[in-house]
Design a protein around this ligand. Sequence first.
Ligand SMILES: Nc1ncnc2c1ncn2[C@@H]1O[C@H](COP(=O)(O)OP(=O)(O)OP(=O)(O)O)[C@@H](O)[C@H]1O
Ligand SMILES: [Mg+2]
Length: 351
Amino acid sequence: MAIILAIETSCDETAVAIVKNRQVCSSVVASQISVHQQYGGVVPEVASRQHLETINPCISQALEEAQLDWDGIDGIAATCAPGLVGALLVGLTTAKTLAMLYQKPFLGVHHLEGHIYATYLSEPQLQPPFLCLLVSGGHTSLIQVKGCGEYQMLGATRDDAAGEAFDKVARLLKLGYPGGPAIERSAQGGNPDAFALPEGRVSRPEGGYYPYDYSFSGLKTAILRLVKQLETETSPPLPINDLAASFQETVARSLTKKTIACALDYKINTIAVGGGVAANSGLRKHLEAAAAKHNLKVHFPPLKLCTDNAAMIGCAAADHFKRGHTSGLTLGVKSRLAVTQVMDLYQKSWV
Ligand SMILES: Nc1ncnc2c1ncn2[C@@H]1O[C@H](COP(=O)(O)OP(=O)(O)OP(=O)(O)O)[C@@H](O)[C@H]1O
Ligand SMILES: [Mg+2]
């Protein structure tokens, strides 16, 4: 058994959770969205300062809600990569300090492994192998999950991440930040077939296309051109809801096609989706229908576990802890780190 107190501060959520294996005892998420909204996106320095102000109350609240004190905690974990360096440092330094103070094992956690583990919290019986479609603000990947810390990248975006595309298109349509939920709300009142938009494909130098790689920058440019064309050719207002619905539909279709093709080609019959875009109802609808058609299982975490939270970080840490993996107190943060390098966190350390 492993009871882990986990801290997540890689971007704009200060989150602390206590997790017992695959069960959430408490999960506190202090979102900074309202602070960054005025800038239209996350300002790294502001994020770090907010984390500093919020982290201690979040820790107290997580302990209180779980009705535990430090004696009841087996290990302390924090996200150490990838993410905003200043923001990561707040969580990591806090976790290492607490580990020293209370003489507990310390574990650094890879943020994307956390997103993969979110599904285990709602599906505790789930076992590898499965295919993870990871669709977040900074990443869009198809990852074959072979076991704890064992990941193989089968596909990835070559430019924008899916969440980033939602955020950029929302800004273009003046729908505000964060873009994903804003586009989803607007799309509910629009026609998804109103505009035919290009699904991004990644060409192979030798001809043809990479079957599981994504590209969203062309789609974003197509929306920009379409908006400019509509502004000159039609009288206002712009059909914002139709544009949002058509964009969401195109992203959902593209993600679904490649995910299903990948699962079928690799003979993997279970798909788990993770990351903020996993909250999107358009994607859920498309992927669930396509999976049912091909007799594949698909799991989406509950909405609050799709976007950043510390419960998913605790769940990943608990699995590593049970296998005897811990990190050195010299472990530092990294803005970028491939998910295939997760085991480096428990073998090597860097300052
Ligand atoms: N309902 C939704 N539909 C589409 N996108 C959404 C929805 N809710 C959130 N998102 C998008 O998800 C992203 C945030 O997700 P997440 O918190 O997983 O990303 P991140 O932590 O910033 O990036 P990463 O995990 O890659 O470091 C944002 O880009 C946001 O617009
Ligand atoms: Mg994230």
